[in-house]
Ligand binder design. Sequence first.
Ligand SMILES: C[S@@+](CC[C@H](N)C(=O)[O-])C[C@H]1O[C@@H](n2cnc3c(N)ncnc32)[C@H](O)[C@@H]1O
Length: 345
Amino acid sequence: MPGIEIHNTCDCRVYDIRQQGQGSIDLCGEINYGLSSKPPSLPSLLLWNEEGLRRFDKFAHTPSYYLHDKELEILQRRSCEIAAVVPTGSILVELGCGSLQKTGQLLRALEKQGKSIRYYALDVSLQGLTSSVGQLYKELSNPSLVEIIGLWGTYDDCVSWISTPSGQDPVETSTITFLWMGNSISNMEKPSDASALLSKFKQASEAFSLRSQFLIAADACEDADMVQDAYDCQTAALKAFILNGLSHVNDLMGDTVFHLEDWSCESEFDPEKSQLEVYYTPLRDVTVNGADGETYHFSKGHRIRAICSGKWGRKLMFEVASAAGLQMNHAWGDCAGLYCKFISL
Ligand SMILES: C[S@@+](CC[C@H](N)C(=O)[O-])C[C@H]1O[C@@H](n2cnc3c(N)ncnc32)[C@H](O)[C@@H]1O
């Protein structure tokens, strides 16, 4: 069986594919490493616990956060064309699936095309995953051709899962399609990190003679004002989402390592690098006691990096793909032709 089946109350199977060794993330170790780094940072995975997913969804629906609407628009207008690149009898794996509010559009198009698909939704938050997968199943009202299965783990766990014989799907297939939406590809620290991960998925698939392809939603917005508005940390929903990362540290450490009243957040867009960075910012001089016994001092305004979001246009996406040994075949834009694009590689 693919992973350890987790008993759950939704109508779909959910598997724990977290690896014991190399694939698993040692969050506490990464927190200590990040706090001692110069410049300091905290792992972006801290943002994605169940509460974080709930808060992110609220933020994603704020009017200035254009990504959600633009992606939905592309899916609503182009889902038949996008579904056409997914062969029948194949496997579709959605990386970092979140609340799955957009995926139904694509799965419905696949059903309409009479395609039999085994769809796996991967995410790091088990509770969030179980409820999202259950909701999707209900939304599609008992799909007959698309089988929906949850995978609990990280991207790296998923690479290992594909690489191990026990992870091989009993479905006879020659193609595996990776769906990566929400501009999550650009949450990787550098474009080269994104290429490295794509390459790992490609190689893991090829090791089992599976042809891999990728459907990626990337935000290509070049309008700096629009980007800054979308990620304005004065927006209560964004601030709540980001600061939950510090509460998550406290939960993991079993102690109030970060006093939330001492912290705020801020964002900065660098048009040269096409990169937006979001930071935790102390409102006064603070001391943080790490789990490693070290004490870290942060003076007022001495910010800690929380997450980045690249605004990677076609040229940069082309470079990311090429470095992973992939080719860009199709691009579908939103009506204004400015924002998100789906690219099959
Ligand atoms: C920006 S949200 C996008 C959610 C959804 N795909 C969408 O388009 O709305 C990023 C998602 O990726 C998941 N995620 C982040 N890092 C991950 C990792 N290393 N492994 C697996 N999932 C991850 C988060 O839990 C979250 O659901």
